[in-house]
Every structure is written in structure tokens, then in C-alpha cells.
Design a protein around this ligand. Structure first.
Ligand SMILES: [Zn+2]
Length: 243
């Protein structure tokens, strides 16, 4: 990732700035790591600085054996949401609720994904249908937004105008089963959102070292723009055709 807590100060800093500040003075022999270590915003443990080189941007990296949820994110961006033990009746019921309350769902997704677009909303609904996510046993409307959001990456090209970064969501606990969202209500998995510098190459995907921010505090909702009446009507028509 490109940002972390500063090695010595209580400050969130970029790898390139730490590189400038420490320069060569603490480099170990024969490698490109430097000390003192920065600290990871997600797990709080040490990160070493990997210096920028002609084709590599300066970034922070955990030691190889250390477990951190951000490594999960880099390895597997999405949960498997196809139910093993589907409940088709509950799925049909949930789809009816989604058709009625889609604006609520859309607003909730807007709070999670900056510059969330109607195009992305449709993509998520299509994917959830292909993967039969609706038939997940026990899935309630209240959990749908935080489940749906896992089904895609959000790039500047698919979002509403103004989106600069590429977003990806993941959960901690190394969870692979979305049922953990409602089975463990006292210890709910934390939802993370990484902002990546978008890849320069067309068709490219951002890598772990391109992370520039990680959000895990959802208490303060951001303001989101309301949909226009014409967009609402168009989406209603789409839902009737698609559903
Ligand atoms: Zn970490």
C-alpha cells in the first residue's frame, strides 16, 4: 500500500514521503528496505518501505509471514456468494422486496461507494442474479447492500463523473462465507474499502502497492446526490424488464 502511519509521528503518510524523509540513511545492506518501520492502518503492525524504482512506485509492505486483512484483499477481492444450500422461495421473496425498496438499497450503496452509478447498480443486480445470491439462506434486505458491494470492483470508468480512484471492498476475519454477516451479530466482520490509484494500462487492475487509502469507519455517512426523477423512472422500467 502507498500510505501508512508514520514510523515515529502520529501522522498518516505516503510511502514516497517517507522515502524522501529517510532517504538512504537507514537502508540495510544489499536490500531496498529501510527502517524504522511504518505501521499499518488496518492491523497496526509493522510495514517496511519498498523504495520506488523506475517501474515500481514506492510502497509499504508487510513481512511475508505476517497476517493482515489487506493481504486477503490483494489475493481475493470478492467473497463467494453463490449459495451452497439455496432457498429459492426466500430468494423470490427477497427479490420482490428489492424491487419495492431499490431506492433505499441504491442510497445505501452510494454511501459505501463514492460516485456510485446506476450502471454499477444494474451490474450488481445482474451478478447477484447470475450467482443466485438472493437465495442465500437467511439473507435479509438489511444485509443486501453490504453483500452486493462485494460483487464488483468500482473503477473511474464505471462510476459517475468525478470518480478518481478505483475501489474494492473486503471483510476481515478471512471470512469466505457471507452468512457470517448475520450469524455472528455480536462480532460482525469489519468491512473495508480500499482506494487504489487506477492502473495506467487499459484493462489493467490495480495491485496491492497501489492502495492509497483504506476506510473501515462507516459511522459518518457522506453526503450523496439524489437521483433525478428521469433516472428513477428509467431504473423502474429496467427493473420491470429485468426482474
Ligand atoms: Zn496490516
Amino acid at each position: 500500500m502507498r500510505v501508512a502511519w508514520h514510523p515515529e509521528r502520529d501522522e498518516f503518510v505516503k510511502a514516497s514521503d517517507v522515502e524522501k524523509e529517510y532517504g538512504e540513511k537507514t537502508a540495510d545492506d544489499e536490500d531496498t528496505f529501510e527502517k524504522p518501520p511504518a505501521r499499518c492502518r488496518v492491523c497496526g503492525r509493522s510495514l517496511t518501505l519498498v523504495r520506488g524504482r523506475p517501474k515500481i512506485v514506492a510502497h509499504f509492505r508487510h513481512p511475508a509471514l505476517l497476517y493482515c486483512p489487506t493481504k486477503e484483499m490483494a489475493r481475493a477481492p470478492y467473497l463467494r456468494l453463490r449459495p451452497v444450500d439455496p432457498d429459492p422461495e426466500a430468494g423470490a421473496r427477497l427479490r420482490r422486496i428489492v424491487a419495492e425498496r431499490w431506492l433505499e438499497l441504491y442510497n445505501e450503496l452510494q454511501l459505501l461507494v463514492p460516485y456510485f452509478s446506476l450502471q454499477e447498480f444494474r451490474t450488481l443486480l445482474r451478478r447477484a442474479t447470475t450467482q443466485r445470491m438472493w437465495e442465500y439462506r437467511g439473507l435479509q434486505f438489511e444485509q443486501v447492500a453490504r453483500t452486493l458491494v462485494m460483487l464488483a470492483d468500482y473503477s473511474p470508468s464505471t462510476g459517475d463523473p468525478g470518480r478518481k480512484f478505483w475501489f474494492r471492498f473486503w471483510y476481515d476475519h478471512g471470512i469466505r462465507d457471507i452468512a457470517d454477516l448475520w450469524i455472528r451479530p455480536t462480532d460482525p466482520p469489519r468491512l473495508f474499502r480500499a482506494s487504489f490509484e487506477p492502473p495506467a494500462k487499459i484493462g489493467g487492475r490495480p495491485a496491492y502497492e497501489d492502495v492509497i487509502a483504506i476506510k473501515d469507519d462507516w459511522k459518518q455517512p457522506e453526503w450523496v446526490p439524489p437521483l433525478r426523477q428521469s433516472q428513477i423512472e428509467e431504473t423502474e422500467r429496467w427493473l420491470v424488464r429485468f426482474w
